[in-house]
Design a protein. Structure first.
Length: 79
């Protein structure tokens, strides 16, 4: 499996894993669940924090639509 594909697999499984276990979930358990060595996880993400940041970007930031900011700051429209 190519590195980019492996990273996508890790990220997708990390999203599910952290949704189930919270961010206190152990990366060793995540690696076991994916079927990779714990060290392989860190070849793609240098730290648990880096992995969590990518999870956050994927789940929240990537879904943000630029026009939402205007809607949120428009005081003439109630939320």
């Amino acid at each position: 499996m190519k590195a980019a594909e492996r990273e996508r697999v890790i990220l997708a499984e990390a999203i599910r894993f952290f949704a189930e276990h919270g961010f206190d979930g152990q990366t060793r358990e995540l690696a076991k669940r994916i079927g990779i060595a714990h060290s392989a996880l860190y070849r793609h993400f240098p730290s648990k924090e880096a992995l969590i940041e990518r999870v956050y970007e994927q789940v929240y930031v990537s879904r943000w639509k630029p026009e939402w900011e205007g809607l949120l700051t428009d005081r003439s429209r109630p939320l």
